[in-house]
Ligand binder design. Structure first.
Ligand code: SAM
Length: 290
């Protein structure tokens, strides 16, 4: 079902003053912090990430998206024990949307700064939602930057807690770990990455991917794509679905056209964010690898 979530983000709700955020952003530009998807960028932005009003508004959008589609996901809330892996979890917006419905969330992110913030937020959630245990660990199962970052022993342990998940979820991380290579190379990277994540699911486990949709129309209409809330490059729902079919996932379905709009004032200008999201679901077959 199409859905539009519209918000006006205020700094009062963000817990950080506008002056503080503007000063931080200016300082980053002056210091030459790369404004890209590298761990260096996410380490720098981690302190601001879950305080920024537009991100908080996206958090609310995700809460709504998840709460309204529990049946579609086939998430058995009566089960009482659902173990989730949130990959590329950041400060935990998608995790927080799942908290009311699951019992344990383990998160992985390759930015140490993001992991620290996730765990700070999780400490707060422990009191408001004691039924769900959650924590994050730094690691990189996909190794986009070939840093060969040592994988935490806990993540690597084949008999440990970071295996056999009921649910693996991921939001807005694909474009960080797929390179800027030509489309066919990007697609191969996507297939490999999704295969690695599916490897962490138990038989019959569920994979949920939420991301910004791609514009599949005429490439000459680039400006149209821009105003349309979709991205022009990278992986959208079609690539994700094709990759999931390729790795043998079953029961694949997509919810499209989830519009997120938010406005806030920054540097004396209105900053409008308009994004169109999709959510893909897939189940690991009984015959799949465990
Ligand atoms: C755009 S943020 C999204 C964070 C969060 N999922 C959310 O929806 O707010 C992307 C996150 O993915 C993480 N990330 C990027 N590449 C990664 C990789 N190869 N392994 C683990 N985490 C990664 C980044 O550090 C960052 O926290």
């Amino acid at each position: 079902m199409d859905q539009t979530h519209e918000d006006t983000a205020t700094f009062e709700s963000g817990g950080m003053s506008k002056a503080h955020l503007e000063a931080k952003l200016l300082a980053a530009v002056t210091a030459g912090v790369p404004q890209d998807g590298t761990p260096a960028y996410f380490d720098w932005v981690s302190e601001l990430y879950s305080l920024m009003p537009d991100h908080l508004a996206r958090g609310k959008f995700l809460e709504k998206l998840i709460s309204e589609n529990l049946d579609w996901m086939g998430l058995d809330q009566n089960n009482g024990s659902v173990k989730v892996l949130d990959y590329g979890a950041g400060t935990g917006f998608l995790s927080q949307a799942f908290v009311p419905y699951v019992s344990k969330i383990l998160a992985i992110d390759n930015s140490g700064g993001m992991v620290d913030q996730f765990n700070k937020n999780a400490a707060g959630t422990k009191y408001s939602q004691p039924g769900c245990e959650m924590r994050a660990v730094q690691g990189d199962l996909i190794d986009r930057y070939n840093q060969h970052q040592a994988i935490d022993a806990e993540i690597a342990d084949p008999a440990g807690d970071f295996q056999s998940f009921d649910l693996v979820v991921m939001c807005l991380a694909i474009d960080c770990f797929v390179t800027d290579a030509p489309n066919d190379v990007q697609y191969t990277e996507l297939v490999n990455a999704l295969d690695i994540l599916a490897g962490r699911l138990k038989h019959d486990g569920l994979l949920i991917i939420v991301d910004i949709e791609k514009f599949y129309g005429d490439s000459d209409a680039a400006s149209e794509a821009f105003s349309d809330g979709r991205k022009e490059t990278g992986s959208g729902s079609k690539e994700v679905i094709a990759a999931l079919n390729e790795i043998g996932m079953e029961d694949i379905a997509v919810i499209e056209n989830q519009e997120f709009k938010v406005q806030m004032e920054l540097f004396a200008r209105q900053k409008a964010t308009y994004e169109q999201y999709f959510m893909v679901r897939a189940r690991k077959g009984e015959e799949g690898d465990d």
